[in-house]
Design a protein around this ligand. Sequence first.
Ligand SMILES: [Mg+2]
Length: 322
Amino acid sequence: MLLAGTLTPPLSLPTKMPQPGGAAQSIITPTLNRAMAAYLGLAIGDALGASVEFMTPNEIRHQFGVHRELSGGGWLRLKTGQVTDDTTMALALGESILQNDGKVEALAAARAFDAWMRAKPVDIGNTVRRNLIAFRRSGHPEAAPSEHDAGNGAAMRVLPVALACLGQSEAETIAAVRAQAHVTHHNAISDAGCETLVFMVQDFIAGANDVEVLHRRAHALAKRFPAYAFRTRPRLNPSGYVVDTLQAVFQAFFDTESFEDCLVDVVNRGGDADTTGAIAGMLAGARYGLAGIPKRWLNALDPKIREGCLHQAAALIGSSRT
Ligand SMILES: [Mg+2]
C-alpha cells in the first residue's frame, strides 16, 4: 500500500507527471503506475471517441482522414478534452467505493448513480436511465434480470471495481462486479464481459503479458459465450451491445502494439466510439502504463477529470489488499 500523501507532486500538473527516469518515478510503484494509466486511459479514450460517436468509418474518414486528436465536438458538442458518461459514472462509482471503506456495495453504487443522474450528465444510456428511475421508485438497488439489458453501460464504468478488488479472491471480485453491474444491467452476457474486463485489468496491473491475457481471459470468454468470438470479420461501426463493443475493443487491443495505436484503431471504427475508446483505453493504460500515454492527449484532457482519475486510482489502490 502507498500513502496518498506521497503522491502529491505528480498529481498537481500534467507537466509533473512521472517521466521515465525522472525524479517522481521512484514514488510511483508499478501497480500504481498501471492503475493511474488505466484510469487516464478510460477518460482519454472516452474523450477521443466521443468526437466520432455514431459516425460510420467512412464518415470519419471523410471528415478527419484518421481521427487522432482530442478535438471535442461530436453529436454532444463537447469541449476539447471533455468526457461523457463512461468516465463520470466510473468516477461516481469509485467515489461510492471510497466512501464505503473500499467495499463495492449495490445500494451505495445505486445512490451514487442516482445522484449522478440528478446532476444532469451530458449523456445517459437508455438502460441506465430506466433502471435508475426504477431504483428511485423501489429503493431496491438490483434491476430485474432482463435478456435485453446487454448494453455496454455496466462494462464501461467497471474500472474502479478492478482497482478496489486487487488482492481479493475471484469469488469476491465477481460478487463486487455483479453488485455494481446489476444496478442497471442484470444480464449474464453483460456480467461475463464485465468480469473479463476486470480480470484483464488486474492481470496487466500484476504484470501479465498480452498472450497470457488473450488466452486466459479473451478467448476464455468466447468459449463460455460463443457470441463474443472476435477472431472473425472486423467489427466496424460497433453498436452499444456489449458483445459488439468488446469484439471491437479486443480486435483493436490485441492487433496493435501501443496505447496510441490501440485507441486510434478502435475509435476510427465509429459506432459507439466513446465507449469502445473508454474500454480500450482502460485496458491499454493498464497494459502500457503511464509512459505509453501520449503527452498531447494527457494535456488536452479536462484537468478536473485528469485529477479525479489520478486521485481515485491512488485511493482505490490504497483501499485494496495490495
Ligand atoms: Mg458515453
